[in-house]
Design a protein around this ligand. Structure first.
Ligand code: IMP
Ligand code: MG
Length: 178
């Protein structure tokens, strides 16, 4: 198996690029079918989801929009380290079917945070698509509508996902070995 060293850690390929692309093709087709006729806007969550969002969007045949959002920590006096503000939304989504594009859903805290804030804009509905899901960790009530690949509770990098900012450029996904 191909290995790579990133900063102080070693990783080994666990999901080859072809398997990633097959998953993306499958969920793109499913979305084309499910969301036909709707006013769809995809929302890629930066930074991690940029590759996933790009590859999904190349395959989607719906007439639809895409935008990218980022969760930014509040700066200033209140140091509630957990609350993150959603930035970058300039589109009117009041009549739209929003499809959140995430790289990975782990605990689900991020997705809950995003849903809460997006609901304030009163879209028609919100769907969630994630390339990766850790089912043994995710215990929230919100259903994840489109899941590319389920993975065990291990730390991974590649295809947009990072270790301390590095490794996002790898076309395959790698798992931490030591
Ligand atoms: P959650 O809020 O616990 O669901 O985590 C979601 C975010 O944590 C993702 O969008 C990733 O940025 C990051 N994350 C979770 N698991 C991993 C991993 O295995 N490798 C790299 N980033 C991860
Ligand atoms: Mg992310």
């Amino acid at each position: 198996m191909k290995r790579v060293k990133i900063l102080d850690k070693e990783f080994e390929v666990s999901i080859p690029a072809e398997q990633i692309q097959a998953a993306i093709t499958r969920i793109s087709k499913q979305m084309d079918e499910d969301l036909k006729g709707k006013n769809v806007i995809f929302m890629g969550i930066l930074n991690g989801a940029f590759m996933f969002a790009s590859d999904i969007f190349k395959q989607i045949e719906l007439d639809c929009r895409i935008t990218f959002l980022k969760l930014a920590s509040y700066d200033g006096v209140r140091t509630s380290g957990k609350l993150k503000r959603l930035i970058g939304l300039n589109e009117d989504i009041s009549d739209a079917t929003v499809v959140i594009l995430e790289d990975i859903v782990d605990t689900g805290n991020t997705i809950v945070d995003i849903m809460k804030q997006l609901n304030g804009y009163e879209p028609k509905e919100i769907k969630i698509a994630t390339l990766l899901l850790k089912p043994s960790v995710y215990k929230k009530d919100i259903p994840v509508d489109y899941v590319g690949i389920e993975i065990p509770n291990e730390f991974i990098v590649g295809f947009g996902l990072d270790y301390d900012g590095y490794g996002r450029n790898l076309p395959d996904i790698y798992t931490l070995i030591k």
